[in-house]
Design a protein around this ligand. Structure first.
Ligand SMILES: C[S@@+](CC[C@H](N)C(=O)[O-])C[C@H]1O[C@@H](n2cnc3c(N)ncnc32)[C@H](O)[C@@H]1O
Length: 211
């Protein structure tokens, strides 16, 4: 972590980071009004900060395990004065299991999750049915889940997994278009530089379900 990001981590962490604990949190304490969007694995957080900056009426909770990325996003939060952002610096699977009440989120973003290209590592991929089934109760009715990858075969897996969950409805015939509000991410740039194809999937939770 650079000195600047370490400084942001030390000075802004106590205000903008929610410590991991094995107990449900009250998100209203951090975000008294407005929609709450979760982002899992924001990396260095530049796209995250840009989205939060342009949508000040919404709130953004970012979960990331990589501490230097957390330091970088904290420095952006400081520069842009993003009071609509909070971070949990921990494993998203554990956070979802232990900290997040049902019906918390209006949307969930998973941008360029690690593709784990080798077949023997596919089991480490984040977007798999068991994890998405854990996420589902955390979404409000009509809330969305939006995943993007530059690894075509993982894109196919994402589409297959989300289609397999009856409570979710694809908002497109198959692949989604990039919404105007999503800026390019750091990993997306790396993929585009290698001429990789970007695949996006955008589903909503059916209104008839609980939460
Ligand atoms: C390939 S990077 C993409 C980063 C960013 N979304 C982008 O597009 O530039 C994937 C990120 O997900 C994070 N990550 C992977 N598994 C995670 C988990 N279980 N909980 C939180 N973050 C995770 C990694 O630390 C990494 O920063």
């Amino acid at each position: 972590m650079s000195k600047l990001h370490q400084k942001a981590y030390d000075e802004l962490g106590p205000k903008y980071c929610i410590p991991y604990e094995e107990q449900l949190i009250d998100l209203k304490k951090y975000f008294p009004k407005g929609e709450i969007i979760l982002e899992i694995g924001f990396g260095m957080g530049l796209a995250t900060a840009a989205i939060a900056d342009k949508n000040r009426d919404k709130n953004y909770l970012g979960i990331e395990v990589h501490k230097p990325g957390v330091g970088k996003l904290l420095s952006e939060i400081g520069i842009r004065n993003l009071d609509n952002m909070r971070i949990i610096n921990f494993d998203a699977v554990k956070v979802i299991d232990n900290m997040i009440p049902d019906g918390s989120f209006d949307g969930i973003h998973i941008f360029f999750p690690d593709p784990w290209p080798k077949k023997k590592h596919h089991k480490r991929r984040l977007v798999q049915a068991p994890f998405i089934k854990k996420l589902l109760p955390k979404l409000k009715n009509d809330g969305y889940i939006y995943c993007v990858t530059d690894w075509e075969e993982y894109g196919e897996q994402m589409l297959e997994v989300l289609i397999s969950i009856p409570e979710l409805k694809n908002q497109y015939e198959d692949w989604a278009n990039q919404p105007v509000w999503r800026p390019e991410t750091r990993f997306e740039r790396k993929g585009l530089d290698k001429s990789y194809k970007i695949r996006e999937v955008f589903f909503r939770k059916l209104i008839s379900q609980k939460n």
